[in-house]
Every structure is written in C-alpha cells, then in structure tokens.
Design a protein around this ligand. Structure first.
Ligand SMILES: [Cu+2]
Length: 290
C-alpha cells in the first residue's frame, strides 16, 4: 500500500509546493518529497530516507530498518492517514510539517519533514524503544537530490573556519569532484550546494545530536554526481554496509546535477531504557537571492 499527495502551502499564496509519497518495498524510503520548490524556484528533485542502520554494542543486529507504509500507523493528530500534514508556528517560523509514525520491533520512530516559511527545511528522525539491552546507534541516511532552479548547474562547497577565501567567501572551499566527508565541529564544518548561475543554494548544518561517523558508518556526508541508477530507493546498502562508497569514482561535480547523502548518528544508551526520544537531522538553510 502507499499514500501520496501534493502540498501547496500556505493555501492561496504558497511558498512551498511539492509532491510526496510513503510506499512499501522496494520503495520503502520514508516519506519521499518530490519536485519541491520554494518561492517558485526548484530546490530538490527528490529527498528521501533510504537507509536506517542500527549497530549494537552487544550480540544483536546489525539491523536495517525500513520506513514504509506497512509499518506506519495513524496518530491522534491524523487518525485516518499514515502521513500527517499539519501547520505549526507563526510568522517566519511558521511551517508545514509532514510526518509518519512507525513501529519496528520495539522501536517507535517518527520521521518528520519541516518546511518553514523562511525557506528552512528540517529533516528529523525521532527514535525511542529498546530492541536489545545494549548501547546502540541508529545511523540515519538522508538522500538530497538537489536540482536548484531545475537545471544541472550545482556546485558543492564545504565551510571551515580555517579555510581561505577562494572566491566563494571566507571559509568556503568548492569540491570539483565527488567526495565523502566527516564532521569537524572544531572548525564549524558544514556544507552547501549552490546553483552556479543564480547563486541560490542551501547550507547544510549538522544538528547538535547528529554525532560523528565511526568504523561502522564511515562518513557523515557524500557529495555525488546524479545517476538514476544510484537511486536504489529502499534497497540502498544492507544492515552491514551503507554501500555509498561504490558511487565515489572521482566524477566531475562542478556545475552538475548533484546528490548529497547525509548521515545522522543517533546514540541510545541502555541506561535510558528506551525512553530517550531525541532527534537527529541537519538544518537546511537557504543561501543567496531566494
Ligand atoms: Cu535506539
């Protein structure tokens, strides 16, 4: 089964328009948002959550948990649908929220997309429940297929406090070829994707609970050139491996159609007994003349 729909928010004078769906295998990749435009300019061709891998410090797993229609449930807020769309906040902080609630074994998971009136996009995964009595980490892989202004003219950049100005502002370094990166909070490392012609882009800032890569989940961010065959929907990787390294082959990323993968590493301690329900996810903030 699946659910799908279209959002134009707020009604009357929409700032955000997009299509969405929540499907089952092989398209189990959480709530997918397609053809998202902010103030009439395309931001994403598609955003999704194709992989959620859990690793335990004990004799359980690893697991790859699918977020699909089958394991989603209606909630008090939306008793008749699996995907719940609702507005929140006011002024620039007002937002359209799109969320789904899932149970997988003992886990209770909420996947939420927040689209704010000021252009900020907040992907979030909340997880609670304890499947196995050991500390563990939920590695949450979001895929952001940017197509800024609807044309393949993207450039990916990284910010570090120590980096010189190479023509994109102090601290910003452009990536001319595919790469994978790890976080570095000491230099306030963050990333951006820009359309080289319009200057419109998005700044991706790691969230405070997003942790860092480890031996099991080897990177925090991948910057890749788009290939349709590399969108494997819910089949991306396995419990044991994310499979993203296979897409890194030094391709040109300067003025291309780019895809960013970002991994948030949600840590659960057994001492919390499954009650801890904090969230992971980056902040996506508009850059340039939107
Ligand atoms: Cu957990």
């Amino acid at each position: 089964m699946s659910e799908s729909g279209r959002i134009a928010w707020p009604a009357g004078q929409p700032v955000w328009t997009f299509d969405w769906r929540l499907a089952d295998s092989p398209d189990e990749e959480g709530i997918v948002v397609l053809r998202a435009a902010y103030r009439g300019h395309q931001v994403f061709a598609k955003v999704s959550l194709p992989s959620l891998r859990v690793q335990y410090d004990g004799p359980c797993g690893p697991y790859k948990d699918p977020l699909n229609h089958d394991n989603s449930h209606p909630t008090r807020r939306c008793p008749r649908t699996r995907v719940c769309a609702y507005a929140s906040g006011s002024g620039a902080q007002s937002a359209l929220n799109l969320e789904s609630y899932h149970t997988i074994g003992a886990y209770r998971l909420t996947h939420r997309w927040v689209f704010r009136a000021d252009g900020v996009v907040l992907p979030r995964l909340f997880s609670a429940g304890l499947q196995c009595p050991f500390d563990h980490r939920h590695h949450t892989y979001w895929r952001f297929d940017f197509t800024l202004d609807g044309v393949p003219r993207d450039l990916g950049l990284e910010y570090n406090t120590y980096a010189p100005d190479e023509g994109w502002g102090a601290g910003w370094h452009p990536f001319r070829t595919e790469t994978s990166r790890v976080k570095n909070p000491a230099s306030r490392r963050s990333w951006a994707v820009l359309n080289k012609d319009s200057g419109r882009g998005y700044h991706l800032l790691p969230g405070p609970n997003d942790g860092t890569a480890d031996a099991f989940s080897t990177s925090d961010l991948w910057l890749l050139r788009y290939h349709g065959s590399e969108d494997r929907h819910g089949r991306q990787g396995s419990a044991a491996a994310d499979g993203l390294g296979a897409y890194l082959n030094g391709e040109d990323t300067d003025g291309q159609n780019l895809v960013v993968w970002y991994c948030g590493h949600l840590v659960h301690h057994v001492s919390d007994a499954g009650r801890d329900r904090h969230a992971v996810g980056p902040d996506l903030v508009p850059l340039g003349p939107w």
